[in-house]
Design a protein around this ligand. Structure first.
Ligand SMILES: *[C@@H]1O[C@H](CO)[C@@H](O)[C@H](O)[C@H]1NC(C)=O
Ligand SMILES: *[C@@H]1O[C@H](CO)[C@@H](O)[C@H](O)[C@H]1NC(C)=O
Ligand SMILES: *[C@@H]1O[C@H](CO)[C@@H](O)[C@H](O)[C@H]1NC(C)=O
Ligand SMILES: *[C@@H]1O[C@H](CO)[C@@H](O)[C@H](O)[C@H]1NC(C)=O
Length: 487
């Protein structure tokens, strides 16, 4: 275990590092020149991949995980269980940062690394940092947790870790899981030398109404660009004095950033997951953006039925590792023969409707979950379009959950099956009779064009299908193709 201290270093200009890095790599220059002139010739200045040959301004290499430092907020009591989620996404040899605890762990060495056969937990988890004492700060939200101050200061203490070549600081809770390829892709859209505060607010209307619509909710995770984080770290303590009346850490951070004149840049791939029950709907009708984070895995039903919360999350990661950019991306196609509508959330689930449904209605989130907290009708309001989730499973679209995913060259094959069969009178001609759905897709490689102007892909029911085994191919849509219900 390592205790973190707050030292400030002389800031090495990251541009200089980039310059050295790139000039030693002619191949990369050629790549950047080629990609910026061929594929995106209409965008003369692309964030973070721009190269200004004449201005002599910036040579910027693409943003990668090497440029990110994480600050994870936990505490000594929760960490022994929550670390299981962090293990799912933390890459010890590729990621930098700390998990911040209130006090040290009583390491009775229950990590069985005695025989040098398995990696010890210290080797697969982020280093532990102990937060500074915050008892001098006031906390006046009645009934709240004053740990909010400590957690807000994770931002300052992560900056003080003094890592070099940092473009982004990313913060999350110990039950926030990140999809790092998508996190990096999403951040690469933005110029890390400008003051950015990137995240998303709650799905729950009442949570936003209560806390703020313009706050990045901490459980969803958020990112702060290097220069902004440096500035924030300097002034944060003075803000903490002023915002003693707020509830949480995220309110303190966004209030302080507001005072610095910076508002949130919303990215819909960050998920606070302020709901309870079955999150199926939110994952099955994901917005057209790479999945960056999920939160509250222990407060929701397991994302795959008949598994524990943890096994279910690990199962999702298996698909995400195969094709991170495509995970949860929704594609819709129509079966003419049986008049079905098929909605694929890649790597997670397929919904098959027994009739043809217009596309905008398919894209609505089925209300499979319950409000985060019990209360009046306001608690049932969410900030996305919803569709009914019938109480009677026989009157719902049929849900198939991902069974496995396989990589075949640069193609993926993902298989979906019914895990919870409904007890309905007849399956004849109904999608309930489908035994498995096999989806073929090219591995998705998000380029800057798709990140800046996302376009949904298309799919086809393949001729090899028969009633019990549906085969579907995902592909790019043609220029003028409509995802259209057959007549
Ligand atoms: C901070 O960075 C400087 C320069 O890289 C280094 O000399 C110093 O030891 C670092 N401090 C800590 C606490 O890591
Ligand atoms: C490690 O070795 C000791 C004896 O050297 C043995 O008692 C113990 O069971 C071993 N532990 C594991 C996890 O293999
Ligand atoms: C995949 O399907 C097989 C056969 O139906 C089943 O035994 C297995 O448990 C399924 N795996 C998952 C993860 O659902
Ligand atoms: C399905 O219905 C039959 C007959 O009503 C009943 O015996 C059986 O337990 C039901 N199965 C499930 C899974 O609900």
């Amino acid at each position: 275990m390592k205790t973190c201290q707050s030292f400030f270093k002389t800031h090495i200009n990251s541009r200089l590092i980039n310059l050295i890095f790139i000039s030693s790599s002619l191949g990369l220059i050629l790549y950047l020149v080629f990609s910026s002139f061929s594929s995106f010739s209409t965008f003369s200045t692309l964030p973070s991949t721009r190269i200004l040959l004449l201005g002599g301004d910036v040579f910027s290499s693409p943003t990668s995980l090497d440029h990110v430092v994480f600050g994870i907020a936990s505490n000594a009591k929760a960490w022994p269980t929550r670390k299981e989620y962090v293990k799912m996404w933390w890459k010890p040899d590729k990621m930098r940062g700390c998990v911040f605890l209130d006090v040290g762990l009583n390491n009775n060495n229950n990590n069985n690394n005695d025989n040098n056969t398995v990696l010890s937990e210290d080797e697969i988890l982020p280093p532990v940092c102990i937060s500074d004492d915050t008892s001098r700060f006031r906390y006046t939200w009645r009934g709240g947790l004053r740990s909010a101050i400590r957690v807000a200061r994770v931002v300052k203490e992560t900056v003080a870790l003094n890592h070099s070549n940092v473009r982004w600081f990313v913060f999350g809770d110990d039950d926030t899981v990140f999809f790092h390829e998508n996190l990096v892709k999403t951040l690469s859209k933005y110029d890390h030398e400008l003051p950015y505060f990137i995240g998303s607010n709650s799905e729950s209307f009442i949570q936003n109404r209560f806390f703020s619509f313009s706050m990045a909710f901490g459980g969803a995770g958020f990112a702060i660009s290097y220069p902004l984080a440096k500035t924030l770290a300097k002034v944060l303590d003075s803000c903490l004095e002023r915002y003693h009346h707020l509830y949480g850490s995220d309110g303190r951070i966004s209030s302080c950033l507001a005072e610095l004149g910076v508002g949130i840049t919303r990215e819909p791939g960050f998920h606070q997951m302020d709901m309870s029950g079955d999150p199926f709907g939110v994952l099955a009708a994901h917005p057209m953006a790479p999945l960056v984070s999920l939160h509250h895995p222990d407060y929701l039903d397991p994302i795959f039925p008949k598994m524990t919360n943890r096994d279910a999350m690990r199962h999702l990661y298996k698909a995400a590792e195969l094709d991170p950019h495509r995970i949860l991306q929704q594609t819709v196609c129509y079966d003419r023969w049986f008049s079905w509508t098929i909605s694929i959330s890649w790597g997670y689930a397929v919904e098959v409707f027994g009739s043809h449904i217009l596309l905008p209605d398919v894209l609505r989130v089925p209300a499979t979950f319950r409000p985060w907290k019990k209360g009046g009708v306001l608690h049932t309001l969410f900030s996305f379009d919803m569709r009914e989730h019938n109480k009677d499973p026989c009157r719902r679209p049929v849900a198939f959950h991902m069974n496995k995913t396989i990589l075949e060259g640069d193609q993926t094959v993902s298989i979906y099956k019914i895990v919870e069969p409904a007890n309905c009178t007849s399956n004849l001609g109904s999608p309930r009779g489908i035994e498995m759905i096999k989806v073929h897709a090219p591995k998705f490689n998000l380029d800057m064009k798709q990140l800046l102007a996302p376009r949904r892909q298309c799919c086809d029911v393949l001729p090899s299908s028969w009633h019990e085994k549906l085969e579907i191919g995902i592909r790019e849509c043609h220029e003028d193709e409509l995802i259209q219900m057959p007549h």
